[in-house]
Each structure stands twice: as C-alpha cells, then as structure tokens.
Design a protein around this ligand. Structure first.
Ligand code: DAH
Length: 348
C-alpha cells in the first residue's frame, strides 16, 4: 500500500479520533493509561503507523513523517492530561459531597466546666487568701513519720485505728496519706513561724459505703505565730462560714479529742439543708459536723523544732467534698467520683 504523508495524516487523524472516543469512555485512571499505551505509547498504534510510513517513504519525506507523528503523540498526551485532570476533579467533588454537606448547620461545641469540688476548693482558697493564708501541698504517698508519728500518733497509738490506713506492700514506712494534716508537719519543718496555710488535696482511707469513699478530699488549715489563741480559731472559722455560706451562718465548737491538738474540738456549721431550722440531714439539731480543729499540741511543735513557750497555733481540717455537698445540697459523695458528666454539668 502506497503511503504518502497525506495517507499517514489520514491514518493518524483516524487514530486520534478513536483515541479521543475511547478516553471519553474510560472512567478510571488505570483504564485511561491503558488506552494511552495502546495509542500514544512507544509500541502504540501511532508509532506503528509511523514505522509503516517510514518503511516505504523516500528519504525526503522521512523528516516530515517523524514530525507529524510526534505532533499527534503530543496531542494524545495533552488529551490524556486533560482527561486525567477532569477525572481527579470529579473524584474530589464526589468525596466532598460524600463527607461534607456544607449546607448542614455546624455542631455546637460544649464548653468544658469545672468539677464542683474544684469550684469549692477555689472559693475556699480565695476566702483564706484574703486572711493571708497561702496554699501548701504535700505528697499523697506519705511517710509514717509525717502522717502519724509527728502528729503525736506513735506506732501503738489507738487513734491510728480511727483512720483505716492503706499501707504500701513491702514499704512499712510509707502510707497513702489518711488526712491532710501531714502537710502541717512539712510546712513547719520547712521554716519558722509565722505560718498561715491551707492545704487542700486527696486523702485515702479503707472506707467504702454510701457516705464514705476510699479516696476523698480534705482541706487542712494551720496558723502558727506568737500569741495565737482559741479565739483566733473561732473567729477565722466564723468568718469563713459567713463568707462561704451566708451572713446568718453560725459556727459551734464541741469538745473532742485529736492527738495533735490540745484542746481539740469538732466543728459544726449551721445546717445548709435547712439553714438551721432542723431537718433529716442534721437530725433536727440545725447543726452539721464538718470537721475537727484545735490548738496545736506542744508535742507536735517538739517534732518540728518550734519553741512551745514562744509559739502557739491553731489547726483545722474538714472534708472538701463534704463542703461541696453542703454547698450544693448533694446527698451522695459517690457522685463526685463517678465521672458522670450529667452530674458535673449542673455546676457552673
Ligand atoms: N486530720 C483529722 C482527720 O482527718 C482532722 C483534723 C482534726 C485536722 C483536727 C486538724 C485538726 O487540723 O486540728 O480526721
């Protein structure tokens, strides 16, 4: 078959139309690339046609044949690129439509909020800060010395039983602190009076029933200086009760015993559930017990090297979660530790 450049041109033109029709029908990149290889590849139909034409052509026409074929291959390549871009664009649009409906209203993000115990702790810290008290901390894994011994509870002391203790296996001198009172010891050992601190934090006891949790929070208070009296203790507690609960609030101190204070007292606040008129929670008394207090025992001063002839001090301690229960009228301490957001969300 005679093959002039015109014949070749016609044949290549036919191949180009065939190619264009096929890539229109190809719907994946893989299909497209296969079609391209069949036409524009080094073994493809265009190069075959070029070879056939070259075989019979006089030398003078060979250059034109080569240029013509290259031009058609270039066109095939452009068509391929265009089709690939269209395919990718269609894919992208499909993805967008599948995952993002831009007409949907946005989701409102819930703001986080503080736990009631944290709210109450911060408020307590603030009230005491205005009286010159700073916040002190101590470790939750405590030594027997700080938790008991220095607080006038030697190894055989019956008061140790009041606080059923978690010991650490193989470490007879370490305990999970049973109260925040060891922070008193750490603070006094760290420097001389005057001292005015409160120490909030978790404590641990082998207690587990509807009103007790094996982990709960306490707040400790300690004030040591020259001339501190029991009247200062009562004044500070009364000030706190009025600031925290309300002006009409009262404080009652009942004689009690703690090894590390002398004299010692139980602290009662006006019942928050009935504002003092008497209810089931306060068993009709109008008062509710919130913790213990007293004047620092000289024996404690001896353990930290303070001169009991020169200094006196008061201390107090109460349950932080219990304080939050009174504040928010919550009757089950377990609610504080369950981590149920429906509970926590109610406190702003
Ligand atoms: N640490 C005592 C307890 O957990 C509470 C307490 C009583 C603390 C009297 C004090 C205090 O600072 O003076 O049972």
């Amino acid at each position: 078959m005679a093959s002039s450049p015109d014949d070749l041109k016609a044949r290549l033109h036919g191949l180009l139309s065939e190619f264009q029709a096929k890539i229109e029908r190809a719907h994946t990149e893989q299909e497209l690339r296969k079609v391209f290889a069949d036409y524009g590849g080094s073994q493809g139909a265009i190069r075959v046609a070029q070879k056939d034409a070259l075989k019979e052509a006089p030398n003078a026409e060979k250059k034109a044949i080569g240029q013509l074929s290259n031009a058609v291959v270039a066109e095939v390549e452009r068509a391929l690129e265009g089709r690939l871009a269209a395919l990718h664009e269609a894919e992208r649009r499909r993805d967008l439509e599948r995952t993002v409906d831009v007409s949907l209203p946005g989701r409102v993000r819930r703001l986080g909020h503080l736990h009631p115990t944290t709210l109450v702790r911060r408020e307590i810290e603030q009230i005491f800060a205005q009286l010159g008290f700073t916040v002190a901390e101590g470790p939750q894994i405590e030594t027997d010395f700080h938790n008991f011994e220095a607080l006038a509870m030697p190894k055989d002391h019956p008061a140790r039983d009041m606080q059923d203790t978690f010991y650490i296996e193989g470490e007879p001198e370490l305990v999970l602190r049973t109260h925040t009172s060891p922070v008193q010891i750490r603070t006094m050992l760290s420097g001389p009076p005057p001292i005015r601190i409160i120490a909030p934090g978790p404590v641990y006891r082998k207690d587990d029933d509807p009103t007790h949790s094996p982990m709960f929070n306490q707040v400790e208070g300690l004030c040591v200086d020259e001339g501190i009296t029991f009247a200062d203790l009562k004044g500070v507690l009364l000030h706190f009760a009025k600031r925290f609960f309300g002006e009409e609030w009262g404080v009652r101190l009942r004689p009690s015993f703690f090894p590390f204070t002398e004299p010692s007292a139980e602290i009662d606040f006006t019942c928050a559930f009935c504002a003092g008129s008497g209810c089931r929670t306060c068993k009709g008394s109008g008062w509710i017990e919130i913790g213990g207090a007293g004047m620092v025992d000289p024996e404690v001063f001896a353990h930290v090297g303070y001169d009991p002839e020169r200094y006196t001090g008061f201390a107090f301690g109460w349950g932080l979660d219990r304080m939050a229960m009174l504040r928010y009228h919550i009757d089950d301490i377990k609610l504080f530790f369950d981590g149920d957001v429906r509970f926590a969300r109610q406190f702003k």
